[in-house]
Design a protein around this ligand. Structure first.
Ligand code: HEM
Length: 391
């Protein structure tokens, strides 16, 4: 689906910028696709997995507008060993033994497809509407409960050669073995790292995967506190950094997974807006794809030789501080602005006027405390003048 989305974006970009070569089209399509994936991951997926409390604790909540200023170029954004070899494999416990296949009207069209018949059977996807039927099915099926009960399709029949009995593997054994290969520490070590109490006294030989899976889910989430903590840490360090203009960001913020599925299928006409939740005629009804907003790629149209921002003209390639806490650069795709990290609010007060700082929400967010303090000391100075005391 996301490969199709990439190619769809590239087609759209080539219409908006017919002079771009393949390389420009590819990289710009890729950048937009990465941002869409991040929008879906942080906006739709993570809240359902780790819940709002953990999302806030690790600063992973998406802003409705403006720029996020937490990016740290010194921070390595690589994937934690624990995350890949154990924690993020929690999804293996959610697998259903089969995919439902539903027609345009969401009625079963074929037998459900068991995982063991789907392994090594990618030709099946070339049958007309096969993918659409599966997408309609998985958007309508619930997941399994997150616990130690895991479908035999992956514990006995993983990547099975259908012609060879007992050729299937066990995914959970692979998970445990892989984590041990990678030197992942016992479960209780991670409880300690996450400031949680030890699970059981004197039991330190529980694998991270086995210990984390049956934990009671965190409030509003699907997984327990140890996994939520490690996933939170992972996404905190994977802080995305892609430069877009405000207008381009507004386009990306419109996109949902439901819309991506609509745009890239041949026959999905209706789907629920919150596609990661089950459809519900009242709370999450299936709605026409056409009623969901789509990305307007004209925001990526390459402009002339300059950009105008805050009544200032910037030549292509030039950067300027357009307000006390925002720096902008003029690029071929338009103006791109970035919030500045303010380390010393007092210095800001001495170098910019009070009104300029007040008008800049980025300054206000970062220096609200010092600002209040500064205001109070100005007020107390005013009062002392009124009463005739010397300052
Ligand atoms: C039908 C569905 C799935 C199948 C058949 C499957 C199968 C596999 C297999 C065979 C591996 C490699 C195991 C090893 O040798 O170490 C793997 C790794 C992994 N799986 Fe799954 N998986 C499925 C769904 C999921 C889901 C839903 C998630 C998470 C939400 C997930 C997360 C992971 C992760 C994080 C890895 C490690 C990747 C890496 O280190 O590169 N998988 N999976």
């Amino acid at each position: 689906m996301f490969m199709r989305e990439h190619n769809r974006l590239v087609d759209g970009l080539s219409k908006v910028n017919p002079h771009w070569n393949d390389e420009q089209l590819y990289h710009n399509g890729r950048r937009i696709l990465s941002a869409i994936l991040q929008q879906i991951t942080y906006g739709e997926f993570l809240p359902r997995i780790i819940g709002r409390d953990f999302l806030n604790r690790f600063g992973l909540t998406l802003l409705p507008n403006g720029y996020h200023n937490g990016y740290d170029s010194q921070c390595s954004s690589t994937v934690y060993n624990e995350f890949a070899a154990a924690v993020f494999r929690f999804g293996h416990s959610l697998l259903k033994p089969h995919f439902e296949r539903l027609d345009r009207n969401y009625r079963p069209v074929e037998e459900p497809l068991t995982l063991r018949t789907a392994f090594f059977n990618s030709d099946m996807l070339f049958t007309p509407l096969a993918l659409d039927n599966i997408v309609r099915g998985i958007s309508t099926q619930s997941v399994e409960t997150l616990d130690h009960a895991i479908t035999e399709e992956v514990t006995n029949h993983l990547l099975e050669d259908i012609k060879k009995p007992f050729s299937g593997m066990d995914l959970i054994s692979l998970n445990l073995q892989r984590a041990r290969d990678h030197g992942i520490q016992p479960y209780n070590e991670y409880r300690r790292v996450c400031n949680l109490t030890k699970a059981k006294k004197n039991v330190d030989d529980i694998d991270l995967f086995s210990g984390g899976i049956p934990e009671t889910p965190v409030h509003g989430g699907l997984i327990g506190p140890t996994f939520a903590c490690i996933i939170g840490m992972q996404y905190e360090t994977s802080d995305p950094f892609i430069r877009f203009s405000e207008q381009q960001l507004a386009e990306i913020r419109k996109i949902t997974l439901a819309k991506v599925l609509c745009e890239n299928s041949d026959s999905i006409d209706t789907i629920q807006r919150q596609v990661m939740d089950l459809p519900d005629s009242f709370l999450n009804p299936r709605i026409p794809c056409s009623s969901m907003p789509s990305i307007d790629l004209t925001q990526w149209r390459e402009r002339g030789n300059s950009c105008v921002v805050n009544n200032r003209v910037l030549a292509i390639g030039r950067a300027d501080r357009i307000s006390p806490c925002v720096n902008c650069i003029c690029t071929f795709e338009g103006i791109r602005c970035q919030s500045l990290r303010i380390n010393d609010c007092n210095e800001l007060f001495s170098s910019h006027s009070r009104q300029d700082i007040l008008n800049d929400s980025v300054c206000k967010v970062q220096c609200a405390f010092s600002f209040g303090h500064n205001m109070r000391s100005q007020q107390s100075r005013r009062i002392s003048t009124i009463f005739g005391f010397s300052q």
